[in-house]
Design a protein around this ligand. Structure first.
Ligand code: AMP
Length: 146
């Protein structure tokens, strides 16, 4: 696919606890945000000052439909509660639409390295939580500084 002219929109797939928090922060900072969730009730987590758009539906299907604003987004953050959906959304964003910044939440830490090779940044709650616990307990190895 030809590379689309980029808009300044960030697309967030999944408006759960993490997605809504990110959407509220980005919106407060003046960013343009489109947030997608298959459950209309989830949008209640958006703050009253949220100034972006929200779309009800399956974010993976919406990615495939090549909706103009999604295809032209400069960032896509896939934070549904389903690893397979997040991976699919991230791969379509990166490989089909060539979105600059793509981030996917993965519950399964074993899949992390694979997607980093495709230029998809991954966040893994289990790994991040383990690091925090180790820090509090003062155990484990120090993270490298560079
Ligand atoms: P949380 O685990 O609190 O971060 O919530 C995850 C959110 O992702 C929930 O609001 C779900 O309704 C939403 N979700 C799960 N799968 C999809 C999907 N395929 N498309 C859009 N939203 C989804």
């Amino acid at each position: 696919m030809k590379k689309n002219k980029r808009s300044d929109v960030t697309v967030i797939a999944g408006c759960g606890r993490l997605g809504a928090s990110l959407a509220n922060t980005l919106s407060d900072e003046g960013e343009s945000v489109i947030v997608i969730d298959k459950d209309r009730e989830s949008f209640r987590k958006l703050s009253p000052s949220f100034s972006g758009f929200f779309l009800v539906g399956d974010a993976a299907e919406m990615m495939l439909r090549n909706e103009a604003e999604i295809a032209r987004a400069h960032s896509v953050i896939a934070v549904t509660n389903n690893d397979n959906s997040n991976i699919f959304i991230a791969q379509v964003a990166k490989e089909v639409y060539q979105v600059d910044k793509v981030i996917a939440r993965l519950y399964d830490p074993d899949r992390k390295c694979v997607y980093q090779e495709f230029g998809i940044d991954t966040i893994c709650p289990a790994v991040l939580s383990a690091r925090e616990v180790e820090k509090i307990m003062d155990i484990g190895e120090e993270a490298p500084t560079s």
